[in-house]
Design a protein around this ligand. Structure first.
Ligand code: ADP
Length: 497
């Protein structure tokens, strides 16, 4: 009987399930979008039950549609939107409220206070992270302060707080396992990435008791057994979505870089067994851990990338579908550069400004839909350049090729412009499902289906985009971008003054 790995890819906008064959190919997919809640300015929530039910639904659907019996699944791999935080009751399994999503900025003031009180350096050296509402810790503090029963449940040892991987595994194992993997733990701002344990000082600082947090496992490990119908399937690979993509892209050696163009843009560089130390606004994170060895990455997180294309589609309604952006961008007039700075939820790396907000610059009477669409696409490439420059400086090595993936990497206009803006080759694989493949590879390694050496061999290139425009031309354009970004910084703070 043919054996498969089942990947559960729980993303920010949809839950997906993918079947991966023993040859490392995606042979079946199912996907379901779910509701985004924006209850207040800067707040972003998901319904935790809907995260689970949509994930379960696509898991069963992909098996059914491909006529694969659960008993043919050798293992389950999980990859997930990171930092998003869910609290639930250990006894009833019921969530205490909606999941607080990584993009949510409600805890910006808690983070300001931490910085004012001089905690930033300890947090950076321990967790590798920059103090920001993005990470889970301040979201947990908010939960404890705002959900009436949270504090009491925690005192009784009946509170579970975790990232989405923990929530899915809890449900898949029917409450038997409360676990996470090191890559997800490294996004909470509570985990010591050097000692590989929850940090007591930080737990106290954020008011979180260790009993409320999951056990941290390696990325290839025994996470429990999922109950699917009458069958039990081992869960053997777990990693946060961006780390899984780094693995799936075969960036297994130190210095290799990938960039994912999804809701946000996330660039990661494998830094080997050493955690990097950024002087340019990047964070250090755990890429994965297996066989007692930890691999680290430097990361630049851009909050709004493909989401800006969703804004063109759903907010401005100037395009019907995301891929239409390519057609309109090609129609744009080249004369006057227009810049869209999509700082809708502040700016992440390398600026880290929670109070920046979006703007459009360079409008003239001739500016129309094509110019706005093009400038929106270009903003992804410019933001990527900001991060790539920071990464090259931190790592003190030039980057010769950028491996790309994610929904928007299908856009040829964007990929060509990207190559131009960074004056570096952009390499798009045949299969842009790097995230799902990465989780499948981790799980497959866990059941002995593959070795790490196999993973590098599975990748094949679809297209290499080479820079076509001159560096002088690009320098001029990029200067304009920097000017535009500078004018969006601190927007909300200025308003309060
Ligand atoms: P996520 O995993 O973050 O949900 P995906 O990798 O599935 O994201 O990519 C979806 C994102 O990519 C959406 O924000 C969408 O607007 C954008 N997108 C998808 N296709 C294109 C395209 N051809 N051109 C530009 N953007 C695109």
């Amino acid at each position: 009987m043919e054996r498969y790995i089942l990947t559960l890819d729980q993303g920010t906008t949809s839950s997906r399930a993918l079947l991966v064959s023993a040859k490392g190919e995606v042979v079946g997919k199912a996907q379901k979008e779910f509701e985004q809640y924006f209850p207040k300015q800067g707040w972003v929530e998901h319904d935790a039950d809907e995260i689970w039910t949509s994930q379960k639904e696509v898991m069963l659907q992909v098996l059914k549609e491909n006529a694969v019996s659960p008993s043919a699944i050798a293992a389950i791999g999980i990859t997930n939107q990171r930092e998003t935080t869910i609290a639930w009751n250990r006894e009833t399994g019921k969530p205490l409220g909606n999941a607080i999503v990584w993009q949510d900025k409600r805890t910006a003031k808690i983070c300001d206070q931490l910085r004012k009180n001089g905690h930033a350096e300890y947090i950076r050296s321990t967790t590798g992270l920059i103090v920001d509402a993005y990470f889970s810790a301040s979201k947990m503090t908010w939960i404890l302060q705002n959900y009436p029963e949270a504090e009491q449940l925690m005192q009784q040892g009946n509170l579970c707080m975790g990232t989405v991987d923990s929530w899915l595994i809890w449900n898949l194992t029917e409450g038997e396992a409360f676990v996470t993997d090191a890559s997800n733990a490294s996004r909470t701002m509570l985990f010591d990435i050097h000692q590989m344990k929850w940090d007591q000082t930080l737990l106290e600082l954020f008011g979180v008791s260790a009993s409320a947090l999951p056990e941290v496992k390696s990325s290839v490990d025994s996470f429990g057994t999922a109950k699917v119908g009458n069958v039990t399937i081992p869960i053997t690979g777990v990693a946060g979505d961006q780390q899984a993509a780094l693995f799936g892209q075969g960036c297994l050696q130190k210095g290799m870089v990938k960039n994912t163009y999804g809701t946000g843009c996330f660039m990661l560089m494998n830094t080997g067994n050493q955690a990097g130390n950024s002087a340019h606004g990047l964070i250090s994170t755990i890429a994965w851990s297996m066989n007692g060895e930890v691999t680290y990455a430097l990361e630049g997180s851009v909050f709004i990338a493909g989401a800006a294309i969703q804004w063109l589609r759903d907010g401005l309604r100037v395009i019907d579908e995301a891929p239409d952006s390519e057609y309109f961008a090609e129609q744009a007039d080249n004369e006057e550069p227009v810049y869209v700075v999509p700082a809708f939820v502040g700016l992440g790396a390398p600026h880290w400004d929670m109070y920046a907000r979006g703007a459009i610059f360079g409008l003239t009477r001739d500016t129309g839909k094509p110019e706005i669409v093009r400038a929106t696409l270009e903003s992804m490439a410019f933001q990527t350049r900001d991060v790539l420059d920071a990464m090259a400086s931190d790592a003190a090595i030039p980057i010769h090729s950028l491996r790309v993936d994610g929904g928007a990497s299908a856009n040829n206009f964007l990929m060509q412009f990207q190559a131009d803006v960074i004056q570096t080759n952009v390499n798009r694989p045949s299969n842009v499902e790097s995230t799902a493949l990465g989780a499948a590879f981790l799980a497959g390694i866990g059941v002995g289906m593959w070795t790490t050496a196999d993973v590098g061999k599975f990748r094949s290139t679809d297209k290499i985009f080479q820079p076509r425009r001159t560096s002088a031309e690009i320098d001029r354009l990029y200067k304009g971008w920097k000017k535009a970004v500078n004018r969006t910084l601190g927007w909300l703070e200025n308003e309060e003054e």
